[in-house]
Structures are given as structure tokens and as C-alpha cells.
Design a protein. Sequence first.
Length: 269
Amino acid sequence: MAIHDGTTVAGVSPRISQTKFAAVLRNHPSPAANEAAAGWEVVRATGVDPLFALAVFHQESQFGTDGVCFEFNSKSPGNTRSSRTGIGDAFEAPPNGRFIRYPSWTEGWRDMAFRIVDPAYDYALQRRRTIRPILELWAPEDDPNDPHGFNKTDRYVANVVRNMTAWGDQVACTPFPPPPFDGTDKQIGDVVFHAVGQTVEVAQDGLRCRQFALPTSCETRDPLRKGETFQALYWVDGEEVEGQRRWWISDSGSRIWAGGTVQQPGQTG
């Protein structure tokens, strides 16, 4: 799947294997390489894509070989200035301000990922789940401690997207075929396929096409853009997202969340 600034990186499955994650760190070489397996696991366990975390680590400190992370041995992949897990000690790094030093790289990874999904923190409260919105808050352009402009959003996002594309696992995700369509409802196991056979218009940019009717399922193609249309054969009840649990099933077999479309299941026009 193509990675872009609207790619979802919170509440998703890893786009990089544990083995490849470790290999990228070893090949640079990073002081975090010895804890790579544990680091990948704690990021994955939060629901954050380890590939995204890896790309941010590179942008922040060249994998711990540059800047505050290197100079002060902070063991902080995200160069974080606070701790959401409660682990780590604050220190001053003049003239760059306050940072957190962690007792291990694993704890640094854990805190880096947890802050993105922490329900009491800004990212989750503001529903920042995709690359650009997260990075706008992670590295604000108006940071007074960034005189060289490393936090310029376009530059930061472009670097993260480029590296995620270069390092990610290229795994094909094939749409799961629906029942043959003859205009009638079908039931397979507990799933009822409600027949519709209609054209549906996309209402928002970046609408994902999934293998199954849940937001963590793999993507079957590049996201849809606002104004695009697709042919829906059925709709099914799937995992609820923002109060909507109905998902279209396109003629290609992709599952598409109905909360992102103009038409709604059970309606026409």
C-alpha cells in the first residue's frame, strides 16, 4: 500500500516486521539496536505502527546517533519532553530546553507510542491518528528550540513518508470476496450480506478500502478521495467507528466504512 501524509498509524497493524525493524537499526548503526525486538513489541502492543515510530526516530536523532538523544544518552526515540507512562527523569539540555531520559530504549519506545494513543492526551483527544496531524503536534513549526527549521511540517512529513515507504514490508492484501451477487440478501455464518447494487460516492479524502469490516484490517488499495464513486454490492455490520458500524462491500470485495460516504446503507440516491 502507498504511504502518504494521510496514512493511519494509530490503531493499526505493523507495516514492518520485528526482524526488519531490528535490521534497519543495526544497519545504521543505532545504539537502540540491542533492544530492537523489545522496542518493536511495546510499540506494536499500543496499536501504533512500529514503522512510523522508526521513521520518527530517524528524523529526531538519526536513530540516536545525533543531537540531544546522543549527547545526553536519553534513550528517547521520540526526543520527548514529558513522560506519559510516568517512567523517566527530566533533564535540561541547553539551549534546547527540557527532555526526558529513560532507563532503557524499551521504555523510551513505550512512552513514545503510548502518548499517541493515551485517551487523556492531546493526540487521542484531538483524533490525530494519521501522519500529518500527528507530526503537526509532535514537532510544531513554531518551536523556539528549532532554529534550523527541522520541524517544518512539510519537510518532517516528507522525510517520514519517504522512509516508511523505503523500510516498510510490501505485503499484498487481497480483498475477501463477497457472495455472488443476484440482488438478494445472503448469510454466511453470522454475517448477513444485505444486497444493494448501487453507486456510492465518497464524502471524505483518504477513505480506506479494507479486507474486512474493521478499521485495523489491511488495506486492499490506495485510499479513495472525496468525489470518487464505487459500485457497492452489499453492506454488512462490522466494527463500529464513530457511531457507524455499517460497511459497504464493493464489487472488488473491499470493505469501505459507510461513515465516509454520501449515501448510507438502506438509502438510495
